[in-house]
Design a protein around this ligand. Structure first.
Ligand SMILES: *[C@@H]1O[C@H](CO)[C@@H](O)[C@H](O)[C@H]1NC(C)=O
Ligand SMILES: *[C@@H]1O[C@H](CO)[C@@H](O)[C@H](O)[C@H]1NC(C)=O
Ligand SMILES: *[C@@H]1O[C@H](CO)[C@@H](O)[C@H](O)[C@H]1NC(C)=O
Ligand SMILES: *[C@@H]1O[C@H](CO)[C@@H](O)[C@H](O)[C@H]1NC(C)=O
Ligand SMILES: [Zn+2]
Length: 293
């Protein structure tokens, strides 16, 4: 029996208001040693580009730090397909399609949407997709105080834990808006900042009437035939927030498979055996017994 997706079972427990930066939570703040957080300025609005990029601020310069940031899949035929801003009612059609192909992807989820659609997150998790943090309210993190950034990440992590009983190790800053302060907070909370090296620009379809949906598959076709992109693997950005962008997944997956790419979760493509703190999940029973002995 299939449950209609219109039935919404909100996450049990007490959670902040949806779609607004959550209040600071002293229990969360105490997890972070603030003296070890680089002191990048708090932006009033983004982008707020300084003359010199002291704090590796991606929004302005696409700066990344290779000691902390996940940017692309290292192996040349690996492709990390990532889908942001769910879970939404449109995620289910994506999951249906991915099941038919036995393809696993990474979902960077919004805590407010996990609150609303925990059963969709459960389905994605059980299917073997990677679940990662994309903040509670989808705010530009460099505009928020350190306490609020901590709350954005931890409430989302805790919502994921409440829904699927794992603690995610990967996070993505909304809009790619991050600098060394955000890196340090995420890292201290046990989350690896994960950006992308190829942006499908599918998000533009939401508010640019001249955007043509065919450009999304068009981008993938260009990427797989570009010889300069053959040296490494990639991590691409798409969204399951909108019906029309979710509907592109069945078009782009065959492009990658035909070009001989292996579509992998981010943690798999970077050689991390687990996407979650709870390591036992990724250990086969026989191996676990060996470890205990
Ligand atoms: C902090 O943790 C304590 C002990 O678990 C709990 O009683 C309290 O409600 C928590 N505070 C917040 C803001 O969640
Ligand atoms: C990381 O970046 C530094 C500075 O740009 C560079 O010297 C170093 O080789 C890089 N390391 C790796 C593993 O790419
Ligand atoms: C979602 O998009 C698909 C494919 O473009 C379309 O067939 C369907 O009617 C859309 N559904 C909604 C709810 O907009
Ligand atoms: C994919 O791999 C197959 C088998 O190795 C090969 O015949 C084919 O040419 C490859 N296709 C592309 C686009 O590289
Ligand atoms: Zn997003």
């Amino acid at each position: 029996m299939l449950l209609p997706t219109s039935i919404i079972a909100v996450l049990p427990g007490t959670w902040p208001a949806q779609s607004a930066p959550p209040p600071a939570n002293a229990n969360y703040t105490s997890l972070v040693d603030r003296s070890k957080i680089r002191n990048a300025p708090l932006n009033q609005a983004t982008p707020n580009c300084p003359a010199t990029d002291t704090y590796c601020y991606w929004t302005c310069t696409l700066c990344t730090r290779n000691d902390t940031d996940i940017i692309r899949c290292p192996n040349s035929l690996d492709w990390g397909l990532t889908l942001d801003d769910g879970p939404t009612s449109f995620t289910t059609s994506v999951l249906d399609y991915l099941d038919t192909q036995n393809v696993k992807v990474t979902f960077f989820v919004i805590g407010s949407n996990v609150y609303e659609n925990p059963e969709i997150l459960q389905r994605a998790f059980k299917a073997g997709h990677q679940i990662a943090v994309h903040t509670w309210s989808h705010t530009a993190l460099t505009t928020q105080s350190t306490e609020v950034v901590i709350a954005e990440l931890k409430y989302t992590s805790d919502a994921i834990k409440a829904a699927v009983n794992v603690t995610p190790k990967y996070m993505r800053p909304p809009f790619g808006d991050y600098d060394d302060r955000i890196r340090d907070i995420a890292t201290q909370l046990g989350m690896k900042p994960t950006i992308w090296d190829l942006d499908s620009n599918d998000w533009m379809s939401a508010d640019d009437p001249t955007f043509q949906l065919s450009w999304i598959a068009g981008n993938f076709n260009e990427w797989v035939s570009d010889p300069t992109l053959k040296r490494t693997g990639h991590i691409s950005l798409e969204h399951d927030l909108y019906n029309q962008t979710a509907a592109q997944i069945p078009l782009v997956v065959p492009i990658l498979l035909k070009a001989n790419y292996s579509i992998k979760t981010v943690h798999n493509c970077v050689g991390d055996s687990s996407a979650y703190v709870e390591m036992w999940l990724s250990i086969q029973p026989a191996v676990a017994i060996d470890l205990i002995i």
